[in-house]
Design a protein. Sequence first.
Length: 295
Amino acid sequence: MNTSAMIKLAASMAIFGSIGLFTVHAGIPAVELVFVRCICATLFLGGLWLATGGHKTEAWNLKEVIQTLFCGIFLVLNWVFLFKAFEEMSISVTISIYNLAPIFVLILGAIFLRERITIGNVLAIAVCFIGSIFIIGIEHLNSLEAFMNSGFLWALLSAFCYAMTMFLSKTLKGLSPYATTFLQTMVGIVMLMPMCDFSVFHGLSAKNIFFILGTGIIHTGFVYYLFFDSIRKLPTIVVSVLTFVDPVVAILLDTILLGFRPSILQTIGIVLVFGGIFYTVLKPKRVRKKEMAAE
């Protein structure tokens, strides 16, 4: 096992777990924050890509470039919807819903790739659905207006867009991770520039600027560098487990620093959601391992 790669991946997930905290202190709306994030990531990772000479050996393929650009659209929408959810609901609740993405990937695979879905998978999906209802709070289901204002829809759309990003990225093999991310964040700059209200950047405090730049340089540039540098050196099952560091850190920071106190139903909901996700992520790996051992 590559200990250095494990530490880097765990560190990247732990740092990313603080993005909700940075978002709520940034002081600007979601679209403008993601726009800055895309600029910072493009400059940071693009510079690293050039500095390491990776651009010279890049294997460009038109089909993969187009596919990457479509992935970029969903990736940017994922960020916008996630940040909008942070504006409406607590970080813990948002992150719990956001991490339903693997469930959506499972459903997409079953529909479009005819991947086998087991009874266990169906039960996991049902458990996650029930957990989501508990997390959002039964009181928000009494009216359409309360539901729409809860932020649940933004978090769910974010999870779906993240799932689409993962689903479309599954067959990308030729482009390097740096080239892929550079293209995707460039898409974000082009997409969001016409929508930005640049007046929101006037009168920002030093604290606001720190948190805004932090979401771009730290949470996108530096974190993605650690992620890309480690993920290809580790087994898939280790990567799957370590990605849970992200939501754990997010919920801990929300509880300790922002005073989030979940109700009993929300606590049960969070446990159900992550239990269902954990089963979905790890069960197929264990089954395949047993099948390989039998052969």
